[in-house]
Design a protein around this ligand. Structure first.
Ligand code: 3PG
Length: 208
């Protein structure tokens, strides 16, 4: 199994996290891991993100990666902060080649057949389907996945507790990503833990 696949099979939901105050990072990570969501994507959308990755990595059981990585220099910064995997909203050859060179688990975003074919040319088979709902939802992913039986997906963008089970029931979907499990701001720890527990309990048809 590719390293990115074992990460995607670790939990049915990957929280997509935006940290705007470093003090939120550790309590949020602790609550998510306690609830059963151990794969944490910290988006590089705030100045605190890299320090948040460093801090969250100290939480036992957490597998911390960087999201919203859009070019090789962001990838270098994310790796320097200790990111264990890299997520991007899209796919460029520059970014993919940098990720391959560093041998880091890499999950680039795709939204059409051309994106997938570019990924396959680069040796990639595991993709984030983004923005999942706006790009056509589950019917779009089903149509897109049909010609590419070797590919596996993590849909993200508009996924909720309500629609996640439908996505997870589609076999090429290993997990989903979403911000609903980790809302921005001061974390309400018991609430985050409870929502994480609900999300973790969804399991995945593809995770067996
Ligand atoms: C992402 O970067 O994956 C999305 O911003 C997360 O989308 P959501 O907020 O709709 O879950």
């Amino acid at each position: 199994m590719k390293p990115i696949e074992s990460i995607l099979r670790s939990a049915p939901v990957i929280p997509v996290i935006v940290i705007d105050d470093l003090a939120h990072a550790v309590p949020l990570a602790q609550a998510l891991v306690a609830g059963g969501l151990n794969v944490l994507e910290v988006t590089l959308r705030t100045p605190q993100a890299l320090d948040a990755i460093r801090a969250m990595k100290q939480v036992e059981g957490a597998i911390v990666g960087a999201g919203t990585v859009t070019n090789p220099s962001e990838l270098d910064a994310a790796l320097e902060a200790g990111s264990e995997f890299i997520v991007s909203p899209g796919l460029t050859t520059r970014l993919a080649n940098a990720a391959i060179e560093h041998d880091v688990p890499f999950l680039p975003g795709i939204a059409n057949a051309g994106d997938i074919m570019m990924g396959l040319d680069l040796g990639l088979t595991h993709f984030k389907f983004f923005p999942a709902m706006a790009a056509g939802g589950l019917p779009a992913l089903k149509a897109l996945a049909a010609p590419f039986g070797q590919c596996l997906f993590c849909p993200t963008g508009g996924i909720s507790l309500a629609n996640a089970p439908q996505w997870l029931a589609f076999e090429p979907v290993l997990c989903v990503g979403g911000s609903w499990v980790a809302p921005q701001g001061n974390p309400d720890v018991p609430k985050v833990e409870a929502v994480a527990r609900q999300a973790a309990a969804m399991g995945s048809a593809g995770a067996g």
